[in-house]
Write a protein that binds this ligand. Structure first.
Ligand code: NAI
Length: 697
């Protein structure tokens, strides 16, 4: 049983006990109703307290049950709440720590609620594309008012119990206590044991002075912000029902919306992303209890674009950092950028002045390796040149204390080769941060051939501490993200040759939901970066065809925003892309040289070619074992490349379209005379899954 029962005088205490957060799985739900029945049958019992063991009252639905028949098995949560409401003896919820989703809905079904100060209260369903489905949208407005309830439901974010208890006229909490909440709730239960009738939230009214105006306003606002997500607007509809309908009608309406949302592709994609994030931290051959190495001091080599941002992550987490550079000038420049970055946050009110000073106080700089030898982790972020990396790693091998983790931030070089520059390849690992490194969520953790398991486990745990989403990648050119992106970029180039403008391609993929199209990204990141990599490819992979337009652009000195011009023109100091006649002329001229007559290309074709280019390479990466699972690839694209969250990542999207249909589209693209003939050869894994009717995820 995942709920226990004990008698405390005349009060029966039902304690949810389903670690880690007392999720309301079948056994726990059954435990509650069994406890209620036992308390009803025992004449000695005058009142009942429901509480949670350990670190939560309840975090809500048990996510391990998602999608299984157990989730629906009676008693479902609605039936449990009904049983609580129908109990003839007063039921008091003693909430503490975490009271979220179904946990809050359960508490709202109780006759009284006593909360511990600091309890995090939330209805977070909207974050996985749903609305609360067990009365949350109907009961919460009745106890804290319509507007505060809608704000809580639409945002899904937690609010502390004492803040909610401060809302004038609120009926959510009967008491908020500082000390032992269970003792307080038992005392409260004794006090109210004899009171009748028992108060029920369903009997209260949810009122608003101007419901029509308010809900219209709320709906417009939410629609504008939540464009591609259906759930937030449904939250507004459901709360409106709480105001305008009878309680049971409102409850039925909420249930209908909940079930309809469950089936939408957006909800499936959000659920997928939710589970994908959890799965990414699990490595089959590295058990979760693998001992980790303590990381108390970090050193970063190089104070450039990446070194500074990487350092900020550790400073923000309270871990001291020493940055090593080749000159005082480079150090000063790098530290200056970090300071300006923090100061901008202070100015915007996102960071307190004393916190900023505290963080900078954890930073030291040096020109000497002597000062970093006792660091537990060193991250190299010097120029992307194998000779410079070799020099740095040979030196690190010489000076660093035994057991120190030696990490490289390389984006394209061979981590195994870098490891071979040392006599301790087991301690070497890739930590591929994304720019800006203090902002971007993604961290590709590159597992070298010889990387020790505890090194990998340490870095994965550290990633959580610095609030990154870590995804493990094997060693290959470009790792997961950039290797796939290369195929996407090649297609973008071919599209220009065949008749598209940069703007047309960008707009099409942005309408699909990408934060930015490939050409705008190029202008932002610097087109010279890709140019440099392609020049290497022309030598290493002469059989691979690339469109030459991007090279011609760079030859014109149009590196992007930093040079004031790229695929687009830019007004001085502005970032809005303006289509460039010069670039269009260059593209047309190049087409003529290739003998291509431009054709009109549909948005559907643009999106299909760009996204399936990712999918096909993703399938190869999966098959080669570079990625451990398809959902890891999705996480990389959702957190590092602006792939629309509501589509769940490229592999999830391909599953939604159907792999058979993906392969059919690829067959059509392969008939195109100007494309690379081999490009659309389906990866063996994709071909097999499509034939079997399978999916990646
Ligand atoms: P950067 O050119 O901005 O900075 C490199 C810094 O390293 C410079 O300040 C330089 O003075 C310093 N440096 C060079 N040799 C050194 C040595 N022997 N010892 C100490 N310091 C040395 O380069 P960036 O962009 O920060 O890139 C660094 C690394 O991160 C590269 O491996 C790059 O491929 C990788 N990377 C870059 C990304 C980006 O968007 N810029 C994204 C992900 C990875």
């Amino acid at each position: 049983m995942s709920a226990s029962y004990e008698l405390r005088g005349q009060v029966a205490v039902i304690t949810l006990n389903n670690p880690p957060v007392n999720g309301l799985g079948y056994e726990t739900r059954k435990g509650i109703t069994d406890g209620l029945n036992r308390a009803e049958d025992d004449p000695q019992v005058q009142a009942i307290v429901i509480t949670g063991a350990g670190k939560a009252f309840s975090g809500g639905a048990d996510i391990r049950e998602f999608g299984s028949p157990k989730a629906l098995q009676e008693p479902n949560l609605l039936s449990v709440i009904k049983a609580v409401e129908d109990c003839s003896k007063p039921v008091v919820a003693a909430v503490h720590s975490v009271c979220m989703g179904g946990g809050l809905e359960l508490a709202l079904g109780c006759h009284y609620r006593v909360a511990a100060k600091g309890t995090q209260v939330a209805l977070p369903e909207v974050k996985i594309g749903l609305i609360p489905g067990a009365g949350g949208t109907q009961r919460l407005p009745r106890v804290i008012g319509v507007e505060p309830a809608l704000n809580l439901i639409v945002s899904g974010d937690p609010v502390k119990a004492e803040l909610l208890a401060a809302i004038p006229g609120q009926r959510l909490f009967d008491q908020v206590v500082d000390g032992d909440v269970l003792e307080a709730a038992i005392a409260f239960a004794n006090e109210v044991a004899g009171q009748r009738p028992l108060p029920l939230v369903r009997h209260l009214k949810a009122e608003h002075p101007n419901p029509d105006g308010y809900f219209q306003f709320a709906r417009n606002t939410v629609r504008a912000v939540a464009k591609n997500f259906p759930a937030p607007v449904k939250c507004v509809d459901a709360v409106e029902a709480a105001v305008k309908r009878r309680f049971d009608d409102g409850l039925a309406f909420e249930r209908e919306q909940f079930i309809a949302l469950m089936m939408t592709p957006e909800c499936k994609a959000l659920r997928h992303a939710f589970f994908a994030e959890r799965a990414a931290s699990k490595i089959p051959d590295v058990p979760e209890d693998t001992p980790v190495r303590p990381i108390q001091k970090v050193a970063v080599i190089g104070a450039g674009t990446m070194g500074g941002g990487i350092s900020m992550n550790f400073l923000n987490a309270g871990i001291p950092v020493t940055i090593l550079e080749t000159s005082q000038e480079a150090l000063d420049r790098g530290i200056g950028v970090m300071r300006r970055n923090y100061e901008a946050q202070v100015k915007k009110g996102k960071l307190a002045q004393d916190k900023y000073e505290q963080r900078m106080g954890l930073l030291s700089t040096t020109l000497s390796y002597d000062d970093i030898r006792d660091a537990d982790l060193v991250i190299e972020a010097v120029f992307e040149d194998i000779n410079v990396k070799e020099q740095v790693f040979r030196k690190l091998d010489e000076v660093m204390k035994p057991g120190a983790i030696l990490a490289t931030n390389t984006s394209t070089l061979d981590v195994n080769r870098i490891a071979s520059f040392t006599k301790r390849p087991q301690d070497v690992i890739g930590t591929h941060f994304f720019s800006p490194a203090n902002v971007m969520k993604l961290l590709e953790v590159v597992r070298g051939e010889k990387t020790a398991k505890d090194v990998l486990a340490t870095v994965m745990q550290l990633a959580k501490k610095i609030r990154k989403t870590a995804v493990v990648s094997g060693v290959c050119d470009g790792f997961i993200g950039n290797r796939m992106l290369e195929q996407y970029s090649r297609q973008a180039g071919f599209l220009l040759e065949e008749g598209c403008t940069p703007e047309q391609v960008d707009k099409a993929i942005e309408r699909f939901g990408f934060a930015m199209g490939p050409f705008r990204v190029g202008d932002l990141a610097g087109n010279d970066v890709g140019w440099y990599i392609r020049k290497r490819r022309y030598v290493e992979k002469p059989h691979m065809r690339y469109s030459k337009t991007a090279d011609l652009l760079c030859e014109m000195g149009r590196f992007g925003q930093k040079t004031g011009a790229g695929w687009y023109d830019y007004q001085p100091g502005k970032r809005d892309p303006i289509p460039s006649p010069v670039v269009l002329e260059m593209i047309e001229k190049h087409r003529k040289e290739l003998g291509i007559t431009p054709r009109k290309i549909s948005d559907e074709e643009i999106v299909g070619r760009l996204v399936y280019a990712l999918v096909n390479e993703g399938a190869k990466i999966l098959e080669e074992g570079i990625a451990m699972r398809a959902s890891d690839i999705d996480m990389v694209y959702l957190t590092g490349y602006g792939f629309p969250l509501w589509r769940g990542g490229p592999m999830c999207y391909a599953d939604t379209v159907g792999l058979f249909n993906v392969v059919q589209a690829m067959r059509r693209f392969s008939k195109n005379p100007h494309d690379d003939a081999q490009f659309w050869e389906p990866a063996p894994l994709l071909a097999r899954l499509a034939a079997e009717g399978g999916t990646f995820n």
